[in-house]
Write a protein that binds this ligand. Structure first.
Ligand SMILES: Cc1cc2nc3c(=O)[nH]c(=O)nc-3n(C[C@H](O)[C@H](O)[C@H](O)COP(=O)(O)O)c2cc1C
Length: 178
């Protein structure tokens, strides 16, 4: 699949078919995350693949009331939990680069999933300690995000973006690109 197609047509999927994700497809999309760049190539990330029904229920219960992805986490055939070790990445001027590392890797996974016909939905509004307990995540790792993964039951609707002129400048702040 052409990269720009994935970039522009991916959308958050919150309704999934129960069909399982084939193992070779799952490995392909995890490999896409593995290929991501990271601070000093430290690869501070770890990904947990959750398929167990009870564990998915517990993950869904770890999302605060009102999180629109709750049902998707419970019903998608797979949930991927993205964790990172802050000490295995950099921190400069109070900026924690482990968040960037895991963000890049996760988005590569999301785009690869789209290329495989699979839906995803970034989820970060969650109770970290509850997820840590459910998945036995060690104390030195942060649980940064998760995504349901599966074949979409309903296509994602497209969501608007700011105009390019609002977010991209030339030379100095606020100057339009000529
Ligand atoms: C860091 C991050 C955290 C997010 N957390 C949640 C979440 O907890 N629940 C949810 O339903 N969507 C969540 N989203 C999805 C966003 O709401 C969604 O990406 C945004 O509205 C744009 O829509 P699109 O993904 O369909 O393009 C999150 C997205 C990002 C990037």
């Amino acid at each position: 699949m052409e990269l720009y197609n994935a970039i522009h047509n991916r959308g958050s999927v919150r309704k999934y078919k129960p069909d399982p994700v084939p193992k070779d497809t799952l490995i392909k999309i995890l490999e896409a995350a593995r290929a991501a760049p990271s601070w000093a190539n430290k690869q501070c990330w770890r990904f947990l693949v959750i398929k167990d029904e009870q564990r998915k229920k517990e993950l869904a219960a770890s999302l605060p009331k009102g999180n629109p992805a709750t049902r998707a986490v419970e019903t998608a055939p797979v949930v991927i939990v993205a964790c990172a070790d802050p000490k295995a990445s950099g921190k400069l001027e109070d900026k924690d680069y482990y968040l960037l590392d895991i963000g890049i890797a996760m988005q590569q996974l999301v785009l690869a999933a789209f290329a495989e016909g699979l839906g995803t939905c970034w989820v970060a509004w969650m109770e970290e300690e509850a997820i840590r307990k459910t998945c036995q995540v060690p104390e030195d790792f942060r649980v940064v995000a998760l995504t349901p993964l599966g074949y979409p039951a309903k296509e994602a609707t497209s969501t608007p973006r700011k105009d390019l002129s609002e977010i991209a400048f030339e030379e100095t702040w606020g100057q339009n690109i000529s």
